[in-house]
Design a protein. Structure first.
Length: 111
């Protein structure tokens, strides 16, 4: 009987460990970026520029993923002299996407 209880305790611990791994992103739901867990493709900085955009966050992410490969990270909106751009972390790159027409304006290594 004590062997069965020990086996059940080990099984319960394994299930709890797997559930906690999924809860913090081990299952692909969240990523660790900028010191905290976030949903891939979520807007981090620059929310104040949203009224100046003409394409959606989803469209910017799609354009960035066509231009670079790798795991999707966070997205920032930045104001630059040429206008507002989405800066999408894709793999080891930052992909800049024009927030008015969706064109990729630059790809640079993440710092």
């Amino acid at each position: 009987m004590s062997t069965r209880i020990a086996l059940l305790a080990v099984l319960a611990a394994a299930i709890a460990l797997a559930a906690s791994a999924l809860a913090i992103g081990g299952g692909g739901g969240l990523i660790f970026d900028d010191g905290h867990y976030v949903k891939p493709g979520s807007l981090d900085d620059g929310k104040q520029y949203l009224p100046l955009t003409r394409i959606s966050l989803g469209q910017a992410v799609a354009a960035a993923q066509r231009a670079a490969s790798g795991q999707l990270g966070q997205v920032d909106l930045e104001s630059r002299p040429a206008g507002v751009v989405y800066v999408v972390d894709v793999g080891s790159d930052e992909v800049s996407v024009d927030a008015t027409d969706g064109s990729v304006t630059g790809i640079v290594p993440r710092s």
